[in-house]
Every structure is written in structure tokens, then in C-alpha cells.
Write a protein that binds this ligand. Structure first.
Ligand SMILES: Nc1ncnc2c1ncn2[C@@H]1O[C@H](COP(=O)(O)OP(=O)(O)OP(=O)(O)O)[C@@H](O)[C@H]1O
Ligand SMILES: [Mg+2]
Length: 362
């Protein structure tokens, strides 16, 4: 037994984890306790992220004020938080390597990354994760994540100046895998989890409960909002509100029965916005399937705010010709009366980050 593991048995185990997922539209904070058999949500909070906050030219004082206020209002000032990087700044590679010791692997990863990532290594922070458990195989699949060092340092600095401490800088695909597949309830099939936010879509594929593929697409629910803004000559914010509160994609039966021209026009506008998003998702799934050795994706699990669009799940299952459903969170979440309460799918990444501390991942 390694010395660290030996000591761990005697030290009190930390069971409370707070995660912050700064999305381009909403910043989500998930507080999860993993002391019980099934982790339990203590709280879920969200705040609108100020427009353009993560553009490289965003004013730092505005960013600092937003984070400071958010952390103070949500009682996490002075606490440790788990975060991941927003957007598509992290480059991810999946490689097959011989079984190596930790030290050998760290060295081999440097060489592999230098060969496969077209950015000077001196500008990147590298992390790697062994995706296969202990086993007899001679080879092992490794995920390499590379992020620009200046951006990583900026996150640490921003969070620290806003009164929290980043305990772990995690990777969104890993968080999504944990919440969708990692808790052991999802069988051994090949399934994809797709989180559609406002500006980005994260796609992962899990097979035999192992992460085997991920991709971040620079497209999300904003594209639907823009389509509606154009159809109705509305401002973006107004169109977004209209989309969230009123819009619905009609099923073919509903479309055949619809006599209300407004419903038909909304449906048309939504489909127009969704066509590029659907095309991009289809392309990624088809790419994975073409590499999968005859073991294609059999099921789709959706999360992210855009998955809440009325009629979306039926629409996408139909368009991609794969069975689809909304994520069922593998955690306990009770309302004020102690009754089971559903979890908003836009919390998938935040809850997945907080699940890092669950015993399944120790
Ligand atoms: N009821 C709803 N119907 C349709 N769309 C919705 C609904 N609720 C939220 N959305 C859309 O979901 C998106 C926000 O989702 P989410 O909070 O997952 O994004 P984010 O994490 O902030 O963004 P990103 O991950 O792209 O940085 C927005 O485009 C919003 O309009
Ligand atoms: Mg998001």
C-alpha cells in the first residue's frame, strides 16, 4: 500500500464538495455530500454570467466583481471549489500506451503530447488520466488534456481574488462522464452523453462504463435564439426569453394538427436554428461510429439548458435515429418537504464536478 493510501484510512474523509461551472450563459454552483451510499445534493444555485465574461478582452475588474458577489451571496467565500475550464480551450487526446509506472507514464505523455498537439509545450499545462482500471492487458488507454498555462493561472488567480480556492481544475468531459455513466447504473452499452449549453456542446461516448471519446463543439442554444431573433425581428434577450418560455418543436402529428400559425412559425424558426446543431452532433457521432469497430452509439443522454427546449428530445431522437432521453441524475435531491425533486439538466457538469469526491471515484 502506498504511504498516502495508508494514511488516508486514518484521516477523517472529506465528504462535502462544492463545484462551480462558469457557463457562458449561467454560472452553476453545486454542493454535494457524498457520505452516504448515494451522494446527496445539498444545494444547487445559478446566476446569469455577465455577457462576454470569458472573452480574452473582458475587463478583469468586472469579472472579479461578478465572482466575488456570486461567492458571497452563495456562502462559498473562503471555501474550496472544484472547477473546469469554460468553452473549448482544452485540447483533448485519447491515446493507447503500454502499461507503465506513474513516473514512466508522465514522461511518455510529454513526448506523446508534443507529437500530437500543434501548440508549443512550453505554453501548455498537461494532465493525463488512466481510463482503464487495473487489468491484465498490455496496453492502456489514456486521456491527455492540455490547457493554455496562462488561462489556467488566470482561473486560479481570479477565484482566489474572489475569495475561494480552486482545489481541482477538472475537465468537463470527465465531469459529464461521472454524472452520466460513472455511478455504475448505466450498463455496459455504448452510449453518448451530450450537454448542450448556450455557446458550446460537449459530446462524450462511454463504452463498458469507460470514457472512450469526447469532443467540444463551438455551437449551442444561442444559435436557436439567433434564428428566432431573426424570424421575429427581436433583440437577442427577448428572443431567448420567448424561446425558453413559449417555444415548442412540434411532433409530426402535432404539426399535421396545428391550425395556429404562431405555433407553426415558431416550429419553423426552431428547426432552422437546430439544423446546424443537429448536423454537428450527427457528424461527431458518425465519426465515432466509423472508428468504433462495428460498435456504434446505441443511446443518447441529453443535458444542458438547451435540452429543456420543449419537444427537443423527440425531435433529436428522430433526427439522429437513435433512442434519446434526458439525463437522470444519480444523486438524491430533496425539496423543502423532503420529497424527491427533479434536477434541472443544466446542472449536469456542475454536479459531475462535485461527484469527484464520491467513493466510486476514490
Ligand atoms: N426552457 C428552455 N427552453 C429552451 N432553451 C432553454 C431553456 N432553458 C434554458 N435554455 C437555453 O439553454 C442555454 C443555457 O444552458 P446552460 O446553462 O447549460 O449553458 P451554459 O453552461 O451557460 O453555456 P456553455 O456551456 O455553452 O458555456 C441557453 O441557450 C438558454 O437559452
Ligand atoms: Mg455549460
Amino acid at each position: 500500500m502506498k504511504r498516502g493510501n495508508f494514511l488516508k484510512k486514518f484521516l477523517p474523509q472529506k465528504t462535502d464538495y462544492i463545484a462551480v461551472d462558469v457557463g457562458t450563459r449561467q454560472t452553476k454552483i453545486a454542493h454535494v455530500n457524498s457520505a452516504g451510499e448515494t451522494p446527496m445534493v445539498i444545494s444547487l444555485e445559478s446566476v446569469n454570467t455577465p455577457e462576454g465574461m470569458f472573452r480574452s478582452d473582458a475587463p478583469e475588474d468586472q469579472l472579479n466583481r461578478f465572482l466575488t458577489e456570486t461567492f458571497e451571496e452563495n456562502g462559498i467565500k473562503g471555501k474550496e471549489v472544484i472547477v473546469c475550464m469554460t468553452g473549448d480551450r482544452v485540447i483533448t487526446r485519447y491515446v493507447l500506451m503500454p502499461r507503465l509506472t506513474d513516473k514512466e507514464l508522465a514522461k511518455a505523455i510529454q513526448v506523446e503530447a508534443a507529437n500530437s498537439i500543434p501548440v508549443p509545450m512550453s505554453n501548455l499545462s498537461l494532465r493525463h488520466v488512466r481510463l482503464d482500471g487495473e487489468g491484465e492487458q498490455q496496453t492502456q488507454r489514456i486521456m491527455i488534456a492540455a490547457a493554455p498555462t496562462d488561462v489556467v493561472l488566470k482561473y486560479y488567480d481570479l477565484f482566489s481574488r474572489a475569495g475561494t480556492r480552486i482545489s481541482v481544475m477538472d475537465h468537463a468531459p470527465l465531469a459529464l462522464w461521472r454524472v452520466c455513466f460513472g455511478m455504475g447504473e448505466m450498463g455496459m452499452e455504448t452510449a453518448a452523453a451530450i450537454d448542450i449549453g448556450a455557446s458550446y456542446t460537449n459530446i462524450i461516448v462511454s463504452r463498458d462504463q469507460r470514457l472512450v471519446f469526447s469532443r467540444t463543439l463551438p455551437v449551442g442554444g444561442d444559435i436557436i435564439t439567433r434564428s428566432m431573433a431573426e424570424t421575429y425581428s427581436m433583440e437577442f434577450d427577448e428572443a431567448q426569453k420567448y424561446k425558453e418560455e413559449r417555444a415548442k418543436i412540434l411532433t409530426s402529428e402535432e404539426a399535421a394538427m396545428a391550425f395556429n400559425p404562431e405555433d407553426m412559425q415558431i416550429d419553423f424558426s426552431l428547426r432552422d436554428g437546430l439544423s446546424e446543431l443537429t448536423r454537428e452532433i450527427r457528424r461527431s457521432i458518425e465519426y465515432f461510429n466509423s472508428q468504433s469497430g462495428g460498435n456504434p452509439v446505441q443511446r443518447l443522454i441529453f443535458s444542458g439548458g438547451t435540452a429543456k427546449l420543449k419537444g427537443f428530445i423527440d425531435f433529436i431522437a428522430d433526427a439522429l435515429e437513435v433512442p434519446a432521453g434526458l439525463l437522470k441524475f444519480p444523486v438524491i435531491h430533496l425539496d423543502g418537504q423532503g420529497q424527491d425533486a427533479p434536477i434541472d439538466p443544466s446542472y449536469a457538469v456542475a454536479v459531475g464536478l462535485a461527484l469527484r469526491g464520491a467513493r466510486q471515484f476514490q
